[in-house]
Design a protein around this ligand. Structure first.
Ligand SMILES: *Cc1c(COP(=O)(O)O)cnc(C)c1O
Length: 357
C-alpha cells in the first residue's frame, strides 16, 4: 500500500509562505514595553465606564452587526454620513476584509517599502503577488513613477504616517498618487492621531481613496481590537458582504464609541506623546543615530551602534524595543514613545550602553 499523501497539508501557497510575526507581547510588568507602539497612557475613563455598563446579561445577545454606535461616533468626528464608515475588529481586520474583497488569486497588489509587513502577508494569503515599490532615500514617493510601476494592480496600501520611518507624505502627494491609479488606494492612518495632517479630506474628490483608522494607538485601546475605515458608501456596501457577521463585540462597540466621543482625552494624550517624542528624537540623534522626523508615536534609529547589540543590551536592562529587519537595510531599532519616566529610563540605559557613564 502506498502511504497517503499528506492528508493535512494546507493550500500550497499557505504552506510556502512565511506568515506574519507580531511583536513580542511578554507577561505584564516584566519589561518597559517600547516595542509595539501601544499608548503608554490609559484610555478614556468614559470608555472604561462604557465597558462596565455593557457587562451585563445582555452579553447573551449578539452584537450590532455593523456597530452603529461606533459608526455614528466616527461619522460625527469626520463630518461624513454613517454610510461612509465600516467598523472592524482592529484595523488588521479591515485590511483582511479589503484584501478579500479586492485581491484574487494571481492578482497583483502594491505597497511602498519598507512599511507595515502585514500587507505582504495578506496579499500572499490571497494567492496574489506583492509588488513592492521603494520609498526614496528621503522617504518621499514619486506618484507618477509608482503608478507607472504597478499597472493592473488590484489595490495599493500606503501607511501614512509610515512605519518604521515615522515619516508622512503630504495629503496633496497622496491625492496625486490616488488620481493616477486605476484601483483603490488604502491610506492606513494608524498613526494619524500623532500627525500634523491626515487624508480624510481626500475622500471628497478621490473616489478610490479608503482611509483606515485604529483605536489601538492614539486612543490607548490596543487590547480592545477596534478600528474603522472611511470610504464611499458604494465601497462600504461591498465590504459588509465580506466581513464576519459579528466582527465586533458588545464591549468593544460600547467602549469604542465612548472613546471616539471623548475629544478632550485624546487631545491631552496626543499633546503629551508629541512632547515626549520630540525629546526622544533629539536625544537619540545625540547618541549618533539617524532618526527621521517622526509624525507617529515612535522613533526609528539606523546607524550608531549595531542594532542587534543595542537591542540585547536594552533587553538585559528590562527595556523592550523592536528590532526591524528589512531586506537591503541594516537591522534597525524602532522605539515607541513611552511615558516621560520610561523614556528617561531608556535614555539612561542607552547612556550606559554607549559608555557615557
Ligand atoms: C498598529 C498598526 C495597525 C494595526 O492596528 P490594529 O487596529 O491594532 O489592528 C495597522 N496598520 C499599521 C501601519 C499599524 O502600525
Amino acid at each position: 500500500m502506498t502511504p497517503p499523501a499528506d492528508r493535512t497539508a494546507a493550500l500550497p501557497h499557505i504552506m510556502s509562505m512565511q506568515g506574519y510575526a507580531p511583536g513580542e507581547q511578554p507577561r505584564d510588568g516584566v519589561f518597559i514595553k517600547l516595542n509595539t507602539n501601544e499608548n503608554p497612557y490609559p484610555p478614556s475613563p468614559q470608555a472604561l465606564e462604557a465597558i462596565r455598563a455593557a457587562a451585563t446579561d445582555r452579553l447573551r445577545l449578539y452584537p450590532d452587526p455593523i456597530a452603529t454606535e461606533v459608526r455614528e461616533a466616527a461619522a460625527t468626528l469626520h463630518g461624513v454620513d454613517p454610510g461612509w464608515i465600516l467598523v472592524g475588529n482592529g484595523s488588521d481586520d479591515l485590511l483582511t476584509i479589503l484584501t478579500r474583497a479586492f485581491v484574487g488569486p494571481g492578482d497583483r497588489a502594491f505597497y511602498p517599502t519598507p512599511s507595515y509587513v502585514l500587507y505582504r502577508t495578506l496579499i500572499e494569503l490571497q494567492g496574489a503577488r506583492p509588488l513592492e515599490v521603494a520609498f526614496r532615500e528621503d522617504w518621499s514617493l514619486d506618484p507618477a513613477a509608482i503608478a507607472g510601476a504597478v499597472p493592473g494592480a488590484s489595490i495599493g496600501f500606503l501607511a501614512n504616517p509610515n512605519s518604521p520611518s515615522g515619516t508622512s507624505l503630504a495629503p496633496a502627494v497622496v491625492a496625486d498618487l490616488a488620481r493616477r491609479l486605476d484601483c483603490p488606494l488604502v491610506v492606513d492612518e494608524a498613526y494619524a492621531d500623532f500627525a500634523d495632517a491626515d487624508c480624510v479630506s481626500l475622500l471628497n474628490d478621490c473616489d478610490n481613496v479608503i482611509v483606515l483608522r485604529t483605536l489601538s494607538k492614539g486612543y490607548g485601546l490596543a487590547g480592545l481590537r477596534l478600528g474603522y475605515l472611511i470610504a464611499r458608501p458604494a465601497i462600504v456596501e461591498q465590504l459588509i458582504k465580506v466581513k464576519d457577521s459579528y466582527n465586533c463585540d458588545r464591549l468593544s462597540i460600547a467602549a469604542g464609541a465612548a472613546a471616539l466621543r471623548d475629544r478632550p482625552h485624546i487631545a491631552a494624550t496626543r499633546a503629551r506623546i508629541i512632547a515626549t517624542r520630540e525629546r526622544l528624537v533629539a536625544a537619540l540623534r545625540g547618541f549618533g543615530y539617524t532618526v527621521p522626523d517622526s509624525q507617529a508615536n515612535f522613533a526609528w534609529c539606523t546607524g550608531g551602534l549595531p542594532a542587534v547589540d543595542v537591542f540585547a543590551a536594552l533587553r538585559a536592562r528590562g527595556i523592550l524595543v523592536r528590532m526591524m529587519r528589512y531586506p537591503a537595510i541594516e537591522p534597525s531599532l524602532r522605539i515607541t514613545v513611552g511615558t516621560d519616566d520610561e523614556i528617561d529610563a531608556l535614555l539612561q540605559a542607552l547612556a550606559e550602553i554607549h559608555g557615557r557613564r
